[in-house]
Design a protein around this ligand. Structure first.
Ligand SMILES: [Zn+2]
Ligand SMILES: [Zn+2]
Length: 115
């Protein structure tokens, strides 16, 4: 069974036990590649999302549906934060920071929905 490199525009065939082709693996190791937040394929850290998703996001969205989905997502994030709040005191700083970041992002999205 063949496998394809996870980078968004790479079609290199690789061994099933690998995630990226050699070139993209090297870039991952040097911190120049991370995951696209939308499709979770590999992308360069310099861009917010992969070009593919970036192009798609320029197409007109069904804004009503997107808003509803976002509200559901926010509710799930709130639940998660509320649930973990009691345990985070014992968490290492980097984990706490990540949770704070999530909360901050959720608040930002919430404010955007209001406007
Ligand atoms: Zn590749
Ligand atoms: Zn993407």
């Amino acid at each position: 069974m063949s496998n394809q490199c996870k980078f968004w525009d790479c079609f290199e065939n690789i061994s099933p036990i690998h995630t990226f082709c050699g070139d993209h693996f090297d870039l991952l190791q040097t911190g120049r590649i991370d995951e696209c937040p939308i499709c979770s394929r590999g992308k360069f850290t310099t861009s917010f999302m992969c070009n593919d998703c970036d192009n798609k996001s320029e197409e007109p969205l069904n804004s009503g549906q997107t808003k509803l989905s976002t509200i559901h997502l926010l509710a799930a994030v709130d639940d998660l934060i509320l649930m973990t709040k009691t345990e985070t005191a014992n968490w290492p700083a980097d984990k706490q920071q990540q949770l704070d970041h999530l909360q901050e992002m959720a608040n930002r999205v919430r404010n955007e929905l209001k406007s």
